[in-house]
Design a protein around this ligand. Sequence first.
Ligand code: CO8
Length: 375
Amino acid sequence: MTNPQVVISGAGLWTPDHTVSNDELVQSYNAYAEIFNAENADAIASGDILEKPLSSSEFIEKASGIKSRYVYIKDGILDPERMTPKIPLRGEDEISDQAAIATIAARKAMSAANKSASDIDAVIVSCAYTQRYYPAIAIEVQHALGIDGFGFDMLVACSAATFALQRAYEMVVAGTARSVLVINPELTSPQNNFRDRDSHFIFGDVATATIVEKAETCHSDHSYEILDMKAATVFSNNIRSNIGYMVNANDDNPLREYNYFHQQGRKVFKEVCPLAASHIQANVEAAGIEVSDVKRWWLHQANINMNQLIAKKLLGRVPDNKEAPTVLDTYANTASAGSLISFNLNHEDLVRGDYGVLCSFGAGYSIGSLVLRKR
Ligand code: CO8
């Protein structure tokens, strides 16, 4: 039995209204560090506490390629006394923050795919964090959009989007859903440790959404056949976030560094780049094409130097911005959504028969990729 042709038929992007530049972030972090160092001068002098080092915009841009990031709520982030966004608590009778941003991106994807709620049978909300455990954010979105069928949440950190697209493909092939709405509402700012010099600059907020369906039901102006896909995970402690439902039972402080995102960035860089390059190479070959046939690389957006290294391993050269569009300079690392932002902003110019690769990698470690062909 041959599988039916399955396509990505629409994509949507919600970008927050607020931006935070490197300079703004560094100014607030350095003010916080100076207050901390003054308040703890004696303990620092006696060696009981480490002095907080200062951050710099030049380092951030050189080490990561990030110049700015979008945030859901800016209020509070730059306050040296607070260093976290001030997001009002919503009541149980209100739509959650994540469902609200997911719904905006979802409507755009549905419109791009020419789909109404009655055409969709499943909703997957897949991202690095969900703001609560139940009811699933996906079920809340399903309700808000008036979709019948079923929804569930998935967490695979930076590979949440590509892994969810793969599950959507399988549902469509199995016939358990006609069309699947995959949404990645990445609200990273509440989990970003703005008090940590090594990671305060890394993340930004965004939401992306994608429709997956059979080619035979597709009525979209821009659609992409999924030719092949690949997922891989290899356990590593080098990127961790320990916050969770055990925090009170553990008598732990949720603001402790252990509970925020933290990483061994250098190790991640060194270990993940070769894994990602060989993963992509294998996926492209399994699709029956060569890397040189690929017209567009929608790569994960964590670090410009990582992307250049991976692309160099694959192509033997650094691709230009048209071949491998960069969005991390303005969006920063948006966990799983980076490659989908790049897809959203850079796919309509491709012509029938052009090949493209979507790829993500990160915590887990996890790597996910899909090889696409424009229809
Ligand atoms: N300002 C000035 N100097 C700094 C700063 C700073 N902000 N930070 C570090 N330095 C200093 C260091 O102290 C060091 O000094 P020295 O040489 O004297 O020891 C020097 O600069 C170099 O430091 P590093 O070696 O750490 O710098 P790198 O060149 O490695 O760059 C990066 C750091 C940018 C973090 C880089 O290692 C990197 O990007 N690595 C890969 C990271 C990655 O992709 N991680 C994946 C994270 S995302 C994920 O998987 C999960 C997503 C979950 C969502 C999270 C929501 C919050």
